[in-house]
Ligand binder design. Sequence first.
Ligand code: BTN
Length: 257
Amino acid sequence: MFNINLFDIKLETNTIGRNFIYLDEIDSTNSFLLDKTNNISIDGSVVLAEKQTKGRGRKNRTWYSEKGMNLNFSVLITNKYFFSEKINYLNFGVSLAIANSIEKLFFIHTNVKWPNDVLINNKKTAGILLEANSNGNKIERLVIGIGVNVNQTSFNGDFNFLPTSIKYEIKENIEREKLLAEILNNFENVLLKIISKPESVLKDWRNKCSSIGKRITITQNNKTLSGIFEDIDEKGLLILRMHDKIKKIHFGDVGIE
Ligand code: BTN
């Protein structure tokens, strides 16, 4: 059971998570917040579910998570500032907020992987799925879905990258309430930073990305590209050096060679 009072005591935000909806079971917390008919419109509303029956990952993958073990939640963003090119900064900012929260609470080193995974010992412990509802090309609702593997210690399924959890790595049971509050506290701070100092968010992300400068592969549907991960640009695109050619990558899975 998730103890909402315990979570509330640790929450220090002004908006993020102040409207908190706790669900036992739902198809997907992202779908729930994207659906206007659920009448949730307060900026920063958070929906947490103990179990998702149709949890989604990036590129139409399924997000598997055992009931009551992890943190599967979504955050509604209504600030139109982010309904722009700055949307890519959310991937970086939110993955940093998660990575920094884990480091601060559990004294364990984390890395980030383009565009938005959080790694411990080179295995994936958290993923982010940004989704929006649009009318024409106008975004109406923006939802950031976050899945953190917290207390689950065995993983079955078809994974594009080896999964892990915080408990698996530090061999201790984790208080999910404390972790969620810490993530949301950092999340709110990073949103403010994206607005006031976006270049510093990119700089922090680069510093936490261990594959920059290394030879990587990018898998896009059935195509694989190989080259040196030079950098990320000011829009958040991955810059891949292939021999003497530079290619900007909009989407794909990064593998380290
Ligand atoms: C990925 O790495 O592929 C992204 C995973 C995102 C999973 C979260 S869990 C909460 C929210 N609801 C969903 O259906 N997906 C996201």
